[in-house]
Each structure stands twice: as C-alpha cells, then as structure tokens.
Design a protein around this ligand. Structure first.
Ligand code: ATP
Length: 645
C-alpha cells in the first residue's frame, strides 16, 4: 500500500526482488491517486511506488512511468493509443459474454467505460485463473496495438485487447480500458510524475539502492534539499530532452545528477518553446524593460514551427506542442537547402509558419493556414502556400545556444541563413526605445497582417527560457491595447442545450481555466457568442462524443450553473473578452485575488479552437489572476487605496 507514510520499498511492495512488477501494483496505485486531490499526497504515493520499482525491478521503471502518463512513446513520435470506444466495447463484450447493447447502456449511465469494464469483469466467473498481468507485458502490448495499421488491424487489435482483458483482476480492467481509450482520467499531471520520480530518487538513490534504509518521510528535513535539487535537474533536463527513453537509463545507472551531462539538447528531439507575457501598452513594456536593451519584432499570426536539421541531414518540423509536423510541410523541407549558408551542418530554428498569398505577396489569415492537410501532404497537391518567419536559433553546428543572449543567437542566425522571398524571412525587427517609434512599428505590423509585436530583451536577461512563459518576451497585441492585453485559452467543460434557432445543437458552453497548483479546472464563464451556425454544429458533433455522466472530481464550479451535459476535458478554445471581474459564481483563480470569489470573463467571444494546446496548457489560474490585476481600473483602485493608507 504505497499510501503508507512510513512506506518501505521492499517490505511493503507486493512483489519480490527481481520479479516483473505486477500490473495490479500500478492499478492499485492509480486507484488510490484517483481518490485523492491533495497534490503532495499524490506525489508521495506515486514516489513510493517508484521507490519499490527502483529497488526491486528497475527495468520496469520506464514502462511504469509511461503507463502513469498514459503514453507509449515520446510525444514527437506521434504514436498514440486512443482506440475507438466501439472497438473497446466489442472486446469487453466478447470476453465477458455480455452484449454490446448492455455495455453501451451501462457506459452511457456511468460515463466511464473503464468502470463498466471492471464491473463486467467482477460479475464474471472464471473456470481457471489466467496468469497475472505484468507492467512490462501490458506496456509492450499497448505499443504493439498502437503500431498496428492496415485493413485487418481492427480485428487484430481487438484480439490483443481481449487477451489482456481476460487476465484482468480488480481495478486492472478499469485502467487498462482507460489507457487503451487514451484517457487515464485520474488528474495526474506530468509535472507531478516528474516530482514523484525526483522524490523517489532523493529518498532511494537508484544506483546504490539495495537494500535501502527505512526512511521516515515525515521528517522532511532529511532529504528536502536533495529532493528540490533533483526535481529541478530532472525538470530542466526533461525540457531540453523530452525523452524518457534517454533519461531513465541515466537515472538508473548514474543518478539524476548526471542528467545535464548525458541528456542534452539534440536536433531531432523537440524542445518546449519559450512563451511570452501579455502587455497592454508601450508604457508597460518600457517600465518592465527599464535599463535593459530590447528589440521589437512583428508577431506573425500562424503556427509555431521548430525546424531541426540533425548532423546526418535529417529534417524535422515540430509544433508548439512537440508533435511531429514534418509531413505536413514537405514544401518547407524540400526548400530548406536554399536558406543554408555554406557552413551550416546542424541547427534548431524557432519560427512561425504563415499562409502566404504568392500573387499579392502578403500574409494570409490564420484561418487559411488551418485548411492545410495535417499529415502526409504531397507537395504537388498543396494549395495553401506558406512562408516561414525565422525569429530564433536555439542550436547551431553542434552547440546549444539556449544559454547565450538573444543578440548572439540573432547574429549567428542572420550570418548563416539567407532569406528567400515569400518562402523564408527573418522576423521583421526594430531595435529602439523611443515610444513613438514603437507605436509606429506596431501600426505597421498590423498593416502587415500581424497580430502586433513581440518585444524581447537582447543582451541581459536574454537567454532562451525553454518551456517557460517569460517576462523577457512581452507580447503587445493591437486588438487588446485598451482591453485585457490578450486572449485566453480555456477548456470547454460543459454544454447548455440550445433553444429556438439553436435547438438541436448546444446554445452555450461552460468554460474553465486550469489551476496548475491544485490540478483542477475552474469555471470561468458561460459563452454563447462568436459562433456561426456551422461552427456550433461542428462543436456539438465533436463534444457529444465526450459527454460524461458526472463532472470530474477535479472540476470546480457552482451548482447553480450546472450545464445540461458535462464534457471530458478534450479541447481548448481561444476566447476574447471585454474585461475580467470578480464573480460570486465562477471559480477561476479562487483564493488568489479574493479568498472566496473567483474571476469571470465579461462578454466572452469565441475566436478559434487551439489544437496546438493540450488542456493542461490552457490559461492558468495564476495567469487569470495576473490579467485581472493588470487591468487599469484594478490597478488604479489598488494605487488609490495605497495612497489613502
Ligand atoms: P498566442 O499565440 O495566443 O499569443 P501562445 O500562448 O501560443 O499565445 P505566446 O507566448 O502567448 O504563445 O505568444 C507567442 C507566440 O507568438 C509564439 O508561440 C509564436 O507562435 C508566435 N510568434 C509570432 N511571431 C513571433 C516572434 N517574432 N517571436 C516569437 N513568437 C512569435
């Protein structure tokens, strides 16, 4: 039972030294985590489980980690599960003797096929007990299933699922089915998993661990410093090298401390991008950057692209989300030779891809870019042409540049790459501190079909901060100068059935921001504006597939705004609003600005779906609080109260 606070990695484990870890040990751990919402407790439980694995069966650490994250390969390998519910229902029916209709009906009622699978299994009598499942075997099978393609693959997948399902005991069926569906639904964020791994290594160092001491976790000062240090190293390494297949062996053989030396930034492995903070005006920018050198660049409105050239000549293009977009842009790949200077051998470029009107030589709106085929595009058939705007260089000829100041990165970029009209350009920039010039440059960017400006430090405080929203990059969007400074990216968690003209589709939706601290989705507003009939139809069809019977335990909302249907968290929407205000009903950022009230968006308007963001990358509660506090009326209020005091 890994939730014991004086857990012993050997005595308290349910398996023995050298044995393969039973899948049931994982299922039990996930079961406990599912019932807890305190993040620190979740981390402790998971770390205890990892400690036993490290000591008893280190080979199982990688598959266990993957199964906890519900992944089977690094994100950029585009290898995903996500088996259709109909296939899973078929497999459950065939292995339990129940009918498809019964299972479907139960799934509708319970809202979770995993639980239905578990229930169906409990009621089934087995003549002989099959051998218990192991983590290694389940993981290998999942990977095999994900790789199956072709016409006959459907049947083969179902057979493979059945072969595992028959051996499931207790909650194993629940987690197996959820893993196969691609949704673990236990509210376990990657950061918590990394944190748990660091804690496990701090308390039970992997490469010297047998037999480990009994550790008293209640006396935190014993290992707290070590834990913080290891957690930081692990998280930083994961940013530069988001590949557990490289990280875990190093941890096991040499310890987390060796990671910075062994797992470095490498072309072909995507890194999480640096992001910017919103601002509402040039004055705010000047205040923030007082005494620092900075530059203004046009903020192009397209899709972020990280272009990699590895030493052996392979080209990869990754999305903001580290998905492999290489086959979406064969045109960019085939033209890449034209921009390389003579001595260019390997690089990682940070760019924005924009749709391009070749006849008029202008940028086209984002909506046009989104009509391009997402994968396996054939160059001859491409209708929407694109232009790549290069704004940063993160790696060049064998050396990472992320710790160098922007001025150096930009110089190397411009000295070694060439522009090709309508295909490759450097982001247009202006290095100035004169207010009027910045304002004119902003106007110019909007005339040039851009969203506004990105303003970046150049020399001091100007390294590339991987995976961070940094104050060294500020965005200034023309549309929001007087408003709230930026749009928000929020998650749809519920739908209200439409009336009148909107009968048959949803008429409104409940939106939420993501609170990273508590790992929960907090309601932020209802929305019913900004949708054409067609868009509403599309949303309805998509979201109906993700209806859940009950709200998740990690949704925070007021019962008075309960929607007709709850949805699983699957999609992020970009929305605009007039301003942010304190709300007696909504729960966004509750406890940050006000102890009891949350923040809500006034006059929200739908802009677009953000396919390039995962639900955990939605606007966070902290960001919502910051945007709220940053509004002029709130600032003035706070300032005048301060003066009055
Ligand atoms: P949004 O795109 O809605 O502004 P975001 O959360 O995707 O938000 P931000 O950090 O807020 O990302 O804005 C930076 C984004 O702007 C980058 O991800 C990139 O896609 C785009 N961009 C366009 N031009 C530039 C530029 N010159 N420098 C950096 N990023 C740019």
């Amino acid at each position: 039972n890994p939730s014991k606070s004086k857990y012993h990695p050997i005595n308290d484990a349910t398996w023995k030294y050298g044995e393969k870890v039973p899948y049931l040990a994982l299922a039990r751990t996930l079961e406990e985590i599912e019932n807890i919402s305190a993040r620190l407790k979740i981390i402790e439980i998971l770390s205890n489980f990892f400690r036993s694995i490290i000591v008893l069966s280190p080979e199982d650490l990688l598959p266990s980690l993957y199964l906890c994250l519900n992944r089977i390969a690094p994100a950029y390998e585009n290898l995903e599960l996500g088996i259709a519910e109909t296939s899973l229902i078929k497999a459950i029916a065939q292995s339990t003797g129940r009918t498809v209709a019964q299972i479907k009906a139960d799934a509708q009622k319970v809202g979770d096929l995993g639980l239905v699978a578990e229930q169906s299994k409990t009621n089934q009598r087995m003549l002989h007990q099959p051998a218990p499942l192991t983590i290694r075997q389940v993981f290998a099978n999942l990977k095999e299933i994900a790789k199956m393609t072709g016409q006959t693959s459907q049947g083969k997948k179902i057979d493979k699922i059945k072969s595992m399902f028959i051996s499931c005991k207790h909650s194993e069926a629940r987690f197996l089915i959820r893993s196969l569906a691609g949704k673990l639904r236990i509210g376990l964020a990657e950061q918590s998993v990394l944190q748990a791994l660091a804690l496990a290594c701090a308390t039970t160092p992997p490469h010297q661990s047998y037999p480990p001491e009994r550790l008293d976790l209640s006396n935190k000062s014993n290992f707290k410093e070590k834990y913080d240090e290891l957690a930081l190293i692990l998280k930083t390494t994961y940013c530069e090298c988001p590949n557990y297949e490289k990280i875990i062996p190093v941890i096991l053989q040499e310890g987390i401390e060796k990671l910075p030396e062994k797992c470095k930034l490498t072309p072909s492995v995507p890194l999480k991008p640096m992001l910017a903070f919103p601002t509402k005006g040039v004055h705010e920018v000047l205040k923030r950057f007082e005494g620092l050198k900075f530059t203004c660049e046009w903020k192009y409105d397209g899709e972020r692209a990280q272009v990699h050239l590895s030493d052996n000549g392979d080209v990869f293009i990754y999305s903001r989300n580290q998905e492999n977009n290489t086959t979406k842009y064969p045109d960019i790949v085939s033209r890449l030779e034209t921009i390389k200077g003579e001595n260019v051998k390997s690089f990682i470029l940070d760019c924005e891809v924009v749709a391009w009107d070749t006849a008029n030589k202008t940028i086209l709106p984002f909506q046009i870019l989104s009509t391009r085929k997402r994968k396996d595009a054939v160059e001859e058939n491409i209708k929407v042409q694109v232009c790549l705007f290069m704004f940063d260089l993160l790696y060049f000829n064998g050396a990472p540049l992320v710790r160098e100041p922007f001025i150096k990165r930009r110089t190397i970029l411009r000295d070694n790459f060439k522009e090709v009209e309508g295909q490759f350009h450097f982001a247009k920039n202006l290095d100035t501190t004169v207010i009027e010039e910045i304002q004119d440059f902003l106007e110019e960017s909007v005339k040039g079909k851009c969203e506004g400006l990105m303003i970046k430090t150049v020399e001091e405080e100007a390294t590339y901060e991987i995976a961070k929203r940094s104050h060294n990059w500020l965005k200034l969007k023309k549309d929001y100068l007087e408003g709230v400074g930026d749009t928000l990216d929020v998650v749809v968690i519920g739908g209200y059935l439409g009336k009148g003209k909107r009968t048959g589709t949803y008429g409104g939706f409940l939106l939420a921001c993501y609170d990273k601290e508590n790992e929960e989705y907090q309601s932020i507003c209802k929305i019913g504006t900004g949708f054409s009939d067609e868009v509403l139809q599309t949303h309805t069809e998509f979201l109906k597939k993700h209806i859940i019977e009950k709200p998740k335990q990690y949704y925070r909302f007021d019962p008075n705004i309960e929607p007709d249907h709850w949805f699983d968290v699957v999609q992020v929407w970009e929305v605009k609003c007039a301003d942010l205000s304190l709300s007696p009903v909504h729960r966004a950022a509750i406890g940050i600005v006000d102890p009891e009230r949350g923040i809500s968006l006034r006059f929200p308007r739908f802009i677009r779906i953000r396919d390039d963001k995962t639900v955990e990358e939605a606007t966070s509660a902290d960001q919502v609080a910051e945007m709220y506090n940053n509004q002029d009326q709130i600032k003035n209020q706070t300032e005048s109260t301060a003066t009055a005091d």
